[in-house]
Design a protein around this ligand. Structure first.
Ligand SMILES: Nc1nc2c(c(=O)[nH]1)N[C@H]1C(S)=C(S)[C@@H](COP(=O)(O)O)O[C@H]1N2
Ligand SMILES: [Mo]
Length: 496
């Protein structure tokens, strides 16, 4: 058998396995697709520093990079297995079976896949073995020629059909239709209008409100969970007086409030982009918890997403009257975008997202920190994670060239205390106060601006924020792990 024929048989066998797995998963539960289940499990087992690196380096494309990386690795293994099987189909058969077993293990590990889900990797393993051995037999015949070519075409065509079919069936839940049908979520208490002068966007800061399509996105979901509003139920249970099962219409029928909130990710490095602001519309989380009646001793609100991701939030924080924690249904005048948690998510001002902002939330359990560990806590991140006071320089950009008077602008945040002042210093000189943008509320970011007359040549500018509690951002650089980065943002540029 020629080398390329052997390699091609390896690839076609594996492609058939993945495609049939995807097709069966379309019926049994999309997250059971072996490729996705293995990918999601890989994400869960990736060491935290590597995950952090992926988020930092690839941003929102981290998952695409993982999927492409997996495809390359699997294709490589398939080629090797094909080549090893030139004389005897055993190595390829074993590979297909092993892929099936790995798939079964991954599916069993997924919290969001039902029992039936194992059918997908089992079907994948069987399809891989059968297709591989069939093509191998065709190609091993003395006068293989056109018959094996036809076999290759059939296998490739059927795989494409199965894969596309699985994708089609798996995404048949019409979540966009459900989202459109929600219509307007009109708040009974709208947020105050954003005042003029709330940002310095003309000078290079972000706009005050981040459009939904630009809002940063961080989550562990390889394929975005698809939950229709009409199927969604939020269970509130654990250490409560009354268990609640809230449906979407129960919540949207209440007096909705709108709050302008800046969200921040703990993975954000000094100077990083994982911070955005939106008008969130929803139901006060505190009201719902009071309705359930939180029992004494419950110090953790343990929230679970439909995809199995979990967060642990301090109960005392979400119960603070002026904290403004929300079960959010809407964002910037629309129902939540699917990637940002449709139908519902939590938003807690002043806490990093990984301990508070559960998207696609379906379960709220009142419990104790001592009794239950959430997703990232299990992986070495902090238990309590209030957002750290931070400032960032947005313009000029590092290493850029500037002509004439230099306008330095940036953003600062210190939810929920609020930004009191931002200072900058040039080349290690004295700190100078900047002008702040018009304040919106203490749980949102604030922009700052200063004009500097600098001599020609290279300069380093640093910024530091002070919040309303009197705390000033410190110079010492600390990594994002375990509970948020600190340090001054510093940029170097040249005046010409
Ligand atoms: N279901 C789920 N919710 C999640 C996460 C996740 O991985 N899965 N990530 C959290 C983290 S770390 C952050 S910073 C915020 C980000 O929310 P966004 O993607 O809407 O900006 O969501 C939080 N909610
Ligand atoms: Mo995050």
């Amino acid at each position: 058998m020629k080398r390329w024929t052997a390699a091609l048989i390896g690839i076609l066998g594996v492609a058939a396995a993945l495609a049939v797995g995807h097709l069966v998963a379309g019926l049994a539960g999309p997250a059971a697709s072996p490729f996705l289940a293995v990918g999601n499990t890989a994400i869960d087992f990736t060491p935290t520093p590597l995950k952090d690196f992926a988020v930092r380096t690839f941003g929102t494309y981290d998952k695409l990079v993982l999927l492409i990386g997996m495809a390359v690795v699997i294709a490589g293994v398939a080629v090797v297995a094909g080549l090893l099987s030139r004389d005897n189909p055993l190595p390829g058969t074993v590979l297909a079976a092993v892929l099936g077993v790995v798939g079964v293990a991954a599916v069993l590990y997924r919290p969001d896949v039902g029992r039936l889900g194992v059918l997908a990797p089992i079907a994948a393993g069987i399809a891989g073995v059968v297709v591989f051995r069939w093509l191998h037999r065709l190609a091993s015949r003395p006068e293989a020629g056109s018959r094996s070519r036809r076999g290759f075409l059939i296998a490739a065509g059927a795989s494409v059909l199965a894969g596309v079919g699985g994708q089609f069936i798996g995404t048949r839940t019409d979540v966009e239709g459900s989202r459109r049908a929600v219509g307007d979520l009109t708040p009974a208490k709208p947020a105050p209008a954003i005042p003029d002068g709330a940002d310095f966007a003309a000078d290079g800061t972000p706009g005050f409100i981040t459009p939904n399509r630009d809002f940063y996105r961080v989550d562990t979901a390889l394929s975005v969970p698809r939950v229709r509003a009409e199927d969604w139920v939020l269970r509130v249970h654990g250490m409560v007086d009354r268990e609640l099962n809230l449906r979407y219409d129960d919540l949207r029928g209440r007096d909705l409030v709108e709050r302008t909130i800046t969200m921040t990710c703990v993975s954000n490095e000094v100077g990083g982009p994982y911070v955005s602001t939106a008008n969130f519309v929803g139901v006060p989380l505190r009201d719902v918890l009071r309705e359930a009646g939180v029992r004494p001793g419950a110090d953790q609100l343990f929230s679970t997403s439909v995809d199995g991701w979990t967060a642990g939030t301090p109960v005392d924080v979400v119960m603070e009257e002026d904290r403004g924690a929300l079960i959010a249904l809407g964002m910037n005048g629309e129902p939540l975008p699917v990637e940002h948690g449709f139908p519902a998510r939590l938003v807690v001002p002043g806490l990093y997202g990984f301990v508070s902002a559960t998207k696609w939330v379906v379960d709220l359990e009142l419990t104790r920190f001592g009794d239950k560990q959430s997703y990232w806590l299990d992986r070495g991140w902090g238990e309590r994670a209030p957002i750290k006071t931070m400032s960032r320089i947005d313009s000029p950009k590092g290493l850029s060239k500037v002509w004439g008077r230099t306008r330095v602008v940036g953003v600062a945040w210190a939810q929920p205390s609020g930004v009191a002042k931002v200072e900058v210093r040039v080349d290690g000189g004295p700190w100078q106060a900047t002008r702040l943008s018009t304040a919106v509320n203490d749980s949102t970011w604030r922009m700052w601006r200063i004009e500097l007359d600098l001599p020609f040549g290279g300069h380093t500018v640093e910024s530091r924020a002070t919040d309303n509690s009197g705390y000033t951002q410190q110079q010492a650089r600390v990594d994002p792990i375990p509970d948020g980065a600190t340090g001054w943002h510093s940029i170097f540029f040249t005046v010409e």
